[in-house]
Design a protein around this ligand. Sequence first.
Ligand SMILES: Nc1nc2c(ncn2[C@@H]2O[C@H](COP(=O)(O)OP(=O)(O)O)[C@@H](O)[C@H]2O)c(=O)[nH]1
Ligand SMILES: [Mg+2]
Length: 189
Amino acid sequence: MIATPNDRFPDPLLGEFTFVGRSNVGKSSLLNALLGKKVAFVSKNPGKTKTINYFKVNGKFYFVDLPGYGYARTSKKDREEWRKIIERYFSERSWNMKLLFSLIDSRHELMESDEQLLEWLQILGISPVVLLTKTDKLSSNELNKQISYFKRVLSEYGVEKIIPCSSLSKEGIEDVWKVIVEALQNSEE
Ligand SMILES: Nc1nc2c(ncn2[C@@H]2O[C@H](COP(=O)(O)OP(=O)(O)O)[C@@H](O)[C@H]2O)c(=O)[nH]1
Ligand SMILES: [Mg+2]
């Protein structure tokens, strides 16, 4: 866990897969669904934890849980703190990042805080894989509409890959693993 600027990043291993999104988007639940066990803390109340959490996977690489953003009741000070932590992460550690997963709630439209993150990533030259979360809450008709909406708006930010997923129904979990395994194989070559 990295909480203060003095905390050091762990041994790089084979790389890391990083997860970012608005608080309450379902990031912790998705990490748990991917790992098939409860490693990340799921909460009904949008959390204020501003730490970077490293989960070692199979002793070989990491899943990195970045602090959530965009919580309605955050103060300016909280946002500044978030920005500092994320900035430190991208500047000191993005070299070890194999993929960045940007989580967006499949039910809503893109929010301003998502747009800000996506703009920032474009400047940094990072093209995220977007995971549309909580798809179990939509009918297949509604989901198809949302997918075309997101394809359209996200293409403006250079996003090439979108995976609809649900920690509840487990939709998309295998697809996420597929891109992770591919990224690991590509970096071996
Ligand atoms: N229906 C449904 N609810 C979910 C899903 N993922 C998360 N949630 C709920 O959304 C809330 C926030 O989840 P959490 O994983 O803590 O989000 P985080 O703040 O992004 O880490 C909790 O009440 C979860 O039970 C999902 O795939 N489907
Ligand atoms: Mg969480």
